[in-house]
Design a protein around this ligand. Structure first.
Ligand code: C2E
Ligand code: CA
Ligand code: CA
Length: 626
């Protein structure tokens, strides 16, 4: 392990002349593993003598230490006996040297005597530092290897770290993605719950929340008014039916976007309430906007030409507007209801206009609220009754049947069906009302039949809304069973609006009623849009020409040509044509000549009670012809 190549130094003789104790140097070079000699390194006293002393005594005296630094250090060590040596790492001549210098102490008498003998004098005493072990290791190569290894390791670690970082990044990204996904999913779910999926506009729920907030502003006096507008697309179902649902959907999106654009300019909020109905709310802070302005602006902005899926559509809308100033009882629901009342006022006025909830409408609203509250009792108690309006043969003017029409007299005041029928429809009472009127009409007719000794046809009206429920078929069947009335004599009248609702389910019920033996009449024919096409959609037995047709006969000759063709067409299709609203004898003659089969109207009496002679005449005619 220890190679004694250079053992002694000339230092000795140099120092000696100066009469100092000069140690020799035991240079021991070539130890490959510095640490492997830790015993020697750390504690020279316990190291064996052979290790501390050269193999041949005195050999050290002949060695020469060339390193000035080491010499200087050994000299210091020799002077200070308590020195424990030196442990250093230095760079020398481009080499990395690990060096340990340990004092060589004269620990045995034999050493002292031997050395003194060789030196020819009492140079050393026991315990003197006689020299030093210099143990050096060239660490250049291992360091280089280590460095290489370290660099390799460094890059491996770096590479591994990069991989780890990448993997962690990926994981993190996945976590972030998952979280983002969840956040997105949650916010999307929230969005869906509060927005309409077709137009992406807020839905009714969100609209009501916004209305509450705007009301809070009003109460806190941070705004002067809150204006609500409801927009309903006129005859939207026709767009769907004639141009397709894609075009209908695209139109709703466009209208929603246009309305939202306008309302946003006012700092307002737009929502789709459902179907073809939109609502907007604006808070007015500086008094610049009035309900009338909003109504007319909406008409201007919305009623324009749209390009929807390559189809040009020019829709019309009805609008109802209400502002807080217009209400006695202030609350979001009332404000919305008021806008709704105004919207229906627009519809009643003939659509394509905007109505404001003003004093007149407020009175009407109050009246409607009142009538709605007393309507159920009026139906149940028989306050709403039927009258029988005569229908006569167009040629002979002989009485052939009646139309049952509802009449309501409340507190001595007569209320028009035009007023209470829509209320009954809105409150879902129309089914009961229609059946109550039918029952009463059958009872009235019974009395007439016993008087006239013959059977008459009975027409009765059902609302389009009735045909949206299965109750109608069951209820009519029940009435037929309980009254024993011949279903072959019964005609159900339905208006063209049935095509604007869920036609397929309405059609199914109409088929069931036809199977019971009833005849089905298409009422108010000619007031709708594609009236002729409706004729092909169901096998109506009767077509009732609307009275507006007869009124127009006076105004324009082309009307009579049109009416004549319509009557011919219906007749050719095997339908019975009834002309209603015949008020004068010349009208009766004219429509009879044009081919109508049955006539009805003021000319023949609006109510059989007020024209009993007709009944008498018919019974006489009947008896004569029998
Ligand atoms: P409608 O079914 O078209 O009934 C005909 C309406 O025209 C009746 O008005 C009738 O009185 C009126 N009328 C008939 N001939 C003439 C005439 O020569 N001159 C004038 N000026 N009017 C004439 P009414 O009774 O006010 O009924 C209005 C509408 O209310 C009815 O129109 C019908 O749609 C609805 N209605 C009436 N009774 C019922 C009912 O029991 N159930 C349902 N669902 N609707 C009903
Ligand atoms: Ca009718
Ligand atoms: Ca009618």
């Amino acid at each position: 392990m220890i190679d004694l190549t250079n053992a002694f130094t000339k230092v000795y003789s140099d120092e000696r002349t100066q009469d100092a104790i000069v140690p020799a140097v035991f240079r021991r070079i070539g130890m490959h593993e510095f640490s492997a000699n830790s015993d020697l390194m750390s504690n020279s006293k316990v190291a064996s003598v052979s290790m501390r002393m050269p193999g041949v005594p005195g050999l050290e005296l002949k060695t020469i230490e060339t390193s000035a630094t080491i010499l200087q250090y050994i000299r210091g060590m020799a002077r200070d006996k308590s020195s424990r040596g030196l442990k250093e790492f230095t760079l020398e001549d481009g080499k990395a040297i690990a060096r340990r210098i340990v004092p060589s102490i004269a620990s045995a008498e034999s050493c002292v005597s031997c050395h003194n003998k060789l030196l020819d004098g009492d140079v050393y005493a026991l315990g003197d530092v006689m020299g030093a072990f210099v143990v050096e290791t060239d660490l250049t190569r291992p360091i280089r290897l280590n460095a290489l290894f370290a660099v390799g390791a460094f890059f491996s670690v770096l590479f591994a770290s990069l991989l780890v970082i990448k993997r962690e990044n990926l994981r993190m990204q996945n976590v972030v993605n998952a979280l983002t996904g969840r956040v997105k999913a949650e916010s999307y779910a929230n969005f869906l719950a509060s927005h309409d999926s077709l137009t992406d506009l807020p839905n009714r729920k969100l609209f009501l929340e916004r209305l509450d907030l705007d009301f809070a502003k009003f109460r806190e006096k941070t705004c002067k008014n809150v204006i609500v507008a409801i927009v309903d697309v006129d005859d939207f179902k026709l767009v769907n039916d004639t141009m397709g649902h894609d075009v209908g959907d695209a139109l709703l999106k466009e209208i929603g976007a246009k309305m939202s654009g306008l309302l946003t300019r006012y700092g307002g909020f737009t929502a789709r309430l459902g179907g073809d109905e939109f609502a907007g709310v604006v808070t007015v802070c500086d008094g610049g906007l009035w309900p009338e302005d909003l109504g007319s602006d909406l008409l201007d902005v919305l009623c324009v030409l749209y390009e929807c899926n390559g189809v040009s559509v020019y829709p019309k809308v009805s609008i109802g507007v209400s502002g807080l100033n217009d209400l006695d009882e202030r609350g979001p629901t009332q404000l919305l209801k008021a806008a709704d009342v105004a919207l229906y006022a627009s519809k009643r006025k003939g659509k394509f206009c905007a109505s404001i909830f003003d004093d007149d409408l407020r009175n009407e609203f109050g009246r409607q609220t009142y009538l709605t509250s007393v309507l159920p009792r009026a139906i149940n108690s028989g306050e709403i009754k039927a009258i029988l309006q005569p229908q006569v043969d167009a040629k002979t003017h002989e009485l052939v049947g009646f139309e049952a029409l509802a009449r309501w007299t409340h507190n001595g005041q007569s209320i028009s069906p035009a007023e209470f029928i829509p209320l009954a429809e809105d409150t879902g009472l129309i089914g009961y009302l229609d059946v109550a009127v039918l029952k009463h009409a059958i009872a009235l007719l019974r009395q007439l039949v016993t008087r006239s000794e013959r059977g008459f046809r009975l027409s009765f009206n059902v609302s389009t809304k009735d045909l949206q429920t299965d109750d109608i078929v069951k209820n009519i069947r029940d009435v037929l069973c309980s009254s024993g009335f011949d279903p072959q004599l019964l005609t159900l009248e339905i208006t063209e609006s049935v095509f604007l609702e869920d036609w397929s389910s309405a059609r199914r019920r109409l088929d069931q009623l036809k199977n019971l033996g009833l005849k089905i009449a298409l009422d108010d024919f000619g007031t709708g849009y594609s009236a002729l096409s409706y004729l092909t959609q169901f096998s109506f037995d009767v077509i009732k020409i609307d009275r507006s047709f007869l009124q127009q006969l006076d105004e324009d000759e082309t009307r009579s040509i049109l009416l004549s063709h319509v009557i011919k067409l219906a007749t050719n299709l095997g339908k019975t044509v009834v002309a209603e609203g015949v008020e004068r004898s010349d009208q009766a003659v004219m429509v009879a000549e044009l081919g109508a089969h049955v006539l009805q109207g003021a000319h023949f009496g609006l109510n059989i009670d007020t024209a009993p002679e007709l009944l008498l005449r018919s019974s006489v005619t009947h008896r004569m012809s029998a």
